[in-house]
Design a protein around this ligand. Structure first.
Ligand code: FAD
Length: 470
């Protein structure tokens, strides 16, 4: 019997649980639903839509090599997915549908509705756990709750891991050609924003695999020492590929196992630190599923809902545009807007600056990030923002507020990153770039700090202290 494989954020052929399962049962047809209005309403911006479109084109080419046609439909809303997929099943004569699970609330609801609709039509729709080693619910605390703290989650993850969980799925062999032609992929309509130059992020499995290989060959073993230095390309820059599934976390972890004598938790300090980040990625997926309130714009820590965030349009605009007068913050925001990516250390610094120094609701920053990030992914983005705002899991204690200037001297000691993104400050001595003294900066088109660190810090402390704990 013919099966449909529904591709979503898993735009690859290699190590794809749903694709491999369908191929074991017989011939298959690939389907893709593009929900542009829905994605836009949920805040995904032009950069990721463009990367996704290019990734889909690469996938289509790969599918054609296997004689698997790719059918494409546009829908306005996730609610239309069941009907669109049933119609595709009828058109092709398919009797089954396979897909890989996604864990944010809207996606879970969409997929449940699809399974029910197929069930009612006498067809089988099967979800596979692909993007995580453990399905949400498989790792729980001793009390049977979802983990709200990372470290015990990570310990349980390592303890319970078995080789099968990381076993790669086979890429299907070419099938006999079907009398079904692929649909042409539509162009992206002109949006309000033009995407960044896509050459920075070549899409598809090939470029993703190259990146992984280069990272492990040249940088993996230095990761622990270099991962916090934004002036150095010390991290993998694989996040867009992992977010849209052009590479799987298993492929990443298998590559580490091969480099690190078959170990993940021990051995080379750089490689094990990198593995830990992949566990963070999985943790936040479990959090989104286990605490679905975070998918409804709610704080993980309920008592922080009452926090008196400030309305400050001018402050928000200065942050977005990289004009806060704190060079490390401004350089980071310019990196985000220009490249669709920001270094992790800087995501923490800028998120904390918005939510603490400006005391602006973290949800506004979360939305701005999602609009620009090529790797924009609900679980990690929400988790990162709530962490920085001290409303989330592992709550950074609210009184630990990064001093942006201290962070800058620590993690960009030579001011190289600042000089790259704020050329107006490149002429200053390196040490002066972190907080340009007014006498040196007077001839330079760069604003003074929009808030005083100590006063802003106190204002945030007062706002958090005013919260009643529940
Ligand atoms: P590496 O350091 O090479 O890490 C390898 C992979 O591990 C990453 O590609 C990513 O998939 C995963 N990872 C790393 N750090 C984290 C983390 N803290 N949480 C979850 N997964 C992680 N990551 C996203 O993929 N999408 C987002 O939308 C996103 N938004 C963030 C917002 C804030 C405020 C913060 C603090 C972090 C956010 N992150 C997000 C996590 C992290 O910053 C990025 O994954 C990382 O910077 C990507 O660069 P890399 O691929 O070189 O990472």
């Amino acid at each position: 019997p013919l099966s449909l494989v529904w591709f979503r954020n898993d735009l690859r052929l290699a190590d794809h649980r749903a694709l491999a399962a369908a191929a074991r049962q017989g011939p298959l047809v690939a389907v893709h639903l593009r929900a542009l209005p829905h994605w836009r309403r949920h805040g995904h911006g032009a950069n990721q839509l463009d990367f996704r479109a290019r990734g889909l084109a690469a996938l289509k080419e790969g599918l054609e090599g296997l004689n698997i046609p790719l059918l494409h439909r546009d829908i306005d809303d996730f609610a239309e997915a069941p009907d669109a997929l049933l119609a595709l099943a009828r058109e092709t004569g398919a009797e089954a549908l396979h897909f890989n699970h996604e864990y944010p609330l809207d996606e879970v609801r969409r997929d449940r509705a699809v399974v029910e609709a197929f069930d009612a039509a006498g067809l089988a729709a099967t979800g596979h756990h692909d993007a995580v080693a453990f399905a949400p619910g498989e790792l729980l605390t001793g009390k049977g709750d979802y983990y709200g703290v990372f470290t015990p989650f990570a310990r349980a993850w390592h303890r319970r891991l078995t080789p099968e969980r990381l076993a790669l799925s086979d890429t299907p062999a070419p099938q006999a050609p079907l009398p079904i032609a692929s649909d042409p992929l539509p162009e992206l309509p002109e949006g309000e924003e033009a995407p960044i130059d896509g050459r920075q992020w070549p899409a598809g499995e090939g470029p993703a695999a190259d990146r992984l290989e280069r990272f492990l060959r040249f940088r993996g073993r230095h990761y622990a020492a270099q991962r916090d230095l934004p002036a150095i390309r010390g991290t993998s820059e694989l996040s867009p590929y992992l977010a849209l599934g052009m590479i799987s976390h298993r492929q990443c972890l298998q590559a580490v196992l091969a480099e690190n004598d078959g170990r993940l938790a021990e051995g080379d300090a750089g490689l094990t630190a990198w593995v830990n980040e992949l566990v963070w990625r999985e943790f936040y997926r479990h959090v989104a599923f286990g605490f679905p309130r975070v998918c409804r714009h709610r704080a993980f820590q309920a008592h922080t809902e009452a926090l008196a965030w400030r309305d400050d349009e001018a402050g928000f605009a200065a942050w977005c545009e990289g004009r806060t007068g704190y060079p490390i913050v401004d350089a980071a925001m310019r990196q985000l807007v220009a490249t669709g990516w920001m270094h992790n250390r800087l995501r923490m610094i800028t998120a904390m600056f918005l939510s603490k120094h400006l005391l602006i609701d973290w949800r506004r920053g979360e939305a701005f990030f999602l609009r620009h990030l090529v790797d924009g992914e609900f679980c990690a983005n929400n988790g990162g923002w709530q962490w920085a705002a001290s409303t989330g899991t592992d709550a950074a204690p609210y009184f630990r507020i990064f001093n942006p200037t201290t962070q800058s001297t620590r993690f960009d000691p030579d001011g190289r990153f600042i000089a790259e993104w704020l050329p107006e400050l490149a002429g200053l001595p390196a040490k002066a770039r972190h907080a340009p003294p007014r006498d040196l900066a007077s001839g330079i088109d760069y604003p003074p700090p929009i808030v005083d660190h100590r006063a802003a810090r106190q204002r945030a402390l007062d706002a958090f202290k005013a919260l009643a704990r529940d």
